[in-house]
Design a binder for this molecule. Sequence first.
Ligand code: FES
Length: 323
Amino acid sequence: MEVTFKVYRFNPEFDDKPHYDEYKLEMGEDSVILDALNKIKWEIDGSLSYRRSCRHGICGSCAIKLNGKNVLACKTPIKEAVEQFGNVLIVEPLSKKKEKVIKDLVIDKKDFWDKNAKVKPYLIAEIDEHPTSENLIPPKLVELLEDADYCIACGCCYYTCETIRGGDTEFLGPQALAKTYRFTADVRDEAKKERLELVNELGIGVWDCVKCQGCIEVCPKGVDPFTKITHLHNQIFEEGVAKKNVATKHAEGFVHSIKKHGILDEGMLVLYSEGVNVVRHLPEAIAMFAKGKIKLPWQMPKSKGLDEIQKLIEISQTHELKD
Ligand code: FES
């Protein structure tokens, strides 16, 4: 199978700007992208830089961008990539921000690792330093982790996340948040509240996720960070960590609106979340009203089966916000 690889090349020491080198390679039916990178480096151009180690989807170091999608080079069969993207495969680093690229496909992941470290990605518990047996938990309790422990910290999700790409440098990102859930869901961990307090902070925590769900799509381990973030939202309320702020009021506003109408009242949702600050949204509100996208409170229809919806909310809603 002949495939053309267009590989991102940039050596900040010598290059003013990045360029792409093209390599036409004859690859075997079972080859993966990493095989092609190795072939280029070992047989054609030894100056190509990229990271790799285990070659088995375990270490996470070979994460790259392939035709715009973050993947593990060692777990992506070339055949499948060609079926999806065609015969020209574009290989780029996870982030092309100039300040991030160290060389070619190797980027500086300091921000990623700092955030991973910030959430203390290890079990916090008083443990017997000389245990006579393993500290096991029953399979039913392991299921609560929902595979969050499969994360290999490759960064595919982090560099796909729209909040991160948008230049929000403080947001912890999907990997660190999924890692947080991995421990808040672990019954052996004794720092659940402290962890939830950290991810409840505006600007860095769960409330700054813009719900693009890109993390679900690219995670090579099926961790589904987005769902873990929604679980953290719930745990924040369940553990009494939630404070009254625009983000938690927004979440509460949804419930308030559904309880009242059975459907979402977009206009009142903003008023409920932002209080008097709602005036700054007046121009958008007028435009939306003119297009029929929001209604005045007395124009809001009621959903069919509103009684049932209200009962469901009463059964499931258990928490009030703290001031
Ligand atoms: S080389 Fe380790 S995950 Fe690809």
